[in-house]
Write a protein that binds this ligand. Structure first.
Ligand code: NAD
Ligand code: DAU
Length: 334
């Protein structure tokens, strides 16, 4: 039995990853350490909460006492924990610096003193900054634009330094924009789908022509597992799907699919420091034997349908009732 310490596993990608790993493997156990910020949601893990191989621990990756208690139980650490929303980092960067950099330092120190087999740092394509043409490869310089991207870049290179200095066996997946179920409705796709369902305006920043490469979350989970198992120590791996769409194209896809009028689109002030385009060369990850398996159109339709069928999941989050709900439902069981 191999034990994974998954941090930030109550968020969007982490919860998909936990369900994916427990569904695929029998000889595996997972400890999920999550602080349950506004973005952490135990409802995302209902399918595994009674699985004997799964354990939830509420706690902060910046808290060395908790981290040092859990790391000796683990063979592998997969760190998803982060403040992850660019707009929030522009408004108030403090927690980004704390969690995304200092928290990673705490995890690395514990990993180093406990001889962990693998440290997987979930990084992002935002570390490279923006690019009008061509694709970023893993050796390109990091030129992050937002406090979020800068904190993730700091962590990315801090993790690398632990490989160079201490030979800690680290790998660093850098993925593009994920979409799928359980994504907090502040990010473009779930925000626009849920706003459209409520006949609310869809706030498009600037001219709406910023481009992102959209990756279905399950394809990312498969890539993370492969990089964890077969990636070379100290290396970063780009994970993207080549689904380059402007925000306007994404918006129209959503409105079309839901039969909602274009009059719901509203152009608002641009995001400060708004990156124009992200695009990745994924050859290095494909060489490990991975490729994205889901078509963009099909995965988008499934994702939109998921939000249509899980109104109770996102309505609580949007109305701010979630924390109160969480206390009532879960506190006695933790
Ligand atoms: P998310 O915001 O949905 O989830 C983050 C999780 O981390 C939450 O459960 C939150 O409670 C937890 N957390 C926050 N601070 C913590 C702390 N100090 N200690 C313990 N737990 C803490 O994020 P996501 O979209 O699932 O992203 C997960 C990871 O993937 C992040 O590291 C992010 O930078 C990276 N990433 C995300 C995307 C994307 O498109 N969403 C793309 C590339 C990389
Ligand atoms: O590229 C990977 C990154 O993708 C991750 O590292 C981040 O954690 C994740 O949040 C995401 O960052 P983005 O800033 O690209 O995602 P977001 O969903 O916030 O925005 C996508 C695009 O949509 C971006 O160009 C801004 C635009 N946008 C977003 C929102 C929330 C709007 O036009 N209106 C909006 O209301």
């Amino acid at each position: 039995m191999r034990t994974l310490l998954v941090t930030g596993g109550a968020g969007f990608i982490g919860s998909n990853f936990i369900q994916y790993m427990l569904g695929k493997h029998t000889e595996i156990s997972i400890i999920n350490l999550d602080k349950l910020t506004y973005a952490g949601n135990l409802e995302n893990l209902k399918t595994v909460e009674h699985d004997d191989r799964y354990r939830f621990v509420e706690g902060d990756i910046c808290n060395a006492e908790i981290v040092n208690r859990l790391v000796p139980e683990a063979d592998v650490i997969v760190n998803f924990a982060a403040e992850s929303h660019v707009d929030r980092s522009i408004g108030k960067p403090d927690d980004f610096i704390k969690t995304d950099i200092y928290g990673v330092f705490v995890l690395l120190e514990a990993a180093r003193s406990n001889g962990i087999q693998r440290f997987v740092q979930i990084s992002t394509d935002e570390v490279y900054g923006s690019r009008e043409k061509g694709h970023f490869s893993e050796t390109d310089p990091l030129m992050p634009s937002s406090p979020y991207a800068a904190s993730k870049s700091g962590a990315d290179r801090l993790v690398y330094s632990y490989y160079v200095t201490y030979r800690l066996p680290v790998v660093i997946p850098r993925s593009s924009n994920n979409f799928g179920p359980y994504q907090y409705p502040e990010k473009l796709i779930p925000l626009f789908v849920t706003n459209a369902l409520e006949n609310k305006k869809l706030p498009i920043y600037g001219d709406g022509l910023n481009v992102r490469d959209w990756l279905y979350v399950m394809d990312n989970c498969e890539a993370i597992e492969l990089i964890m198992e077969q990636g070379r120590d100290g290396e970063a791996y780009n994970v993207g799907a080549g689904n380059e769409y402007s925000n306007l194209e994404i918006t129209r896809f959503i409105l079309d699919f839901l039969h909602k009028p274009e009059s719901l689109m509203t152009f608002v002030e641009d995001r400060k420091g708004h990156d124009r385009r992200y695009a990745l060369d994924i050859g290095k990850t494909c060489a490990l034997g991975w490729k994205p398996r889901h078509s963009f159109q099909e995965a988008m339709k499934e994702t939109i349908q998921w939000y249509c069928h899980h109104r109770e999941w996102w309505e609580k989050l949007k109305s701010g009732e979630y924390l109160e709900y969480y206390r009532k439902q879960y506190q006695n069981r933790l």
